[in-house]
Ligand binder design. Structure first.
Ligand code: FES
Length: 134
């Protein structure tokens, strides 16, 4: 199995790892098949993601996917962040092996959980995605 330099770089030195105790939105999701779990913390102001941190109990591709996903959503509006798909994650990582595609999906789903967690607490309607987990 071949990993891109980008995947290895984000696995060995993941960005934005940690916890935001004052997070406005927290999302946690686990892949039922592999058992890996991801958690995203978002600070949201004026409909934009001001800060983001993550924790992951998962494989190397999950760590790399979460890491690059934090870079993709930071500073973005909620709408833009919601529309960042696992394909965006794979592209930003210069590819993932086919057996590791679901690791990027885990990042997308966990971001959706965190955004909807914020929307719920702010009294806003929840958004739906194609995974129907939200
Ligand atoms: Fe499950 Fe990577 S093997 S997220």
């Amino acid at each position: 199995m071949m990993y891109s330099d980008k995947v290895l770089e984000h696995f060995y030195a993941p960005r934005n790892v940690g916890v935001l105790p004052n997070a406005d939105g927290i999302g946690e999701y686990g892949d039922p098949k592999c058992g890996d779990v991801m958690k995203f913390y978002l600070i949201i102001e004026d409909n934009s993601i001001l800060d983001v941190k993550f924790k992951a109990f998962g494989c190397g591709s999950a760590i790399a996917s979460a890491s690059i996903a934090t870079e993709l959503i930071k500073g973005k509006s909620l709408e833009q962040a919601w529309n960042i798909t696992n394909k965006s994650v794979i592209e930003a990582l210069d590819g993932l092996p086919s057996s590791k595609i679901h690791c990027s999906v885990l990042a997308e789903q966990t971001i959706h959980k965190a955004i909807n967690n914020y929307r719920k607490s702010a009294g806003l309607d929840l958004w739906k995605d194609k995974y129907n987990n939200n």
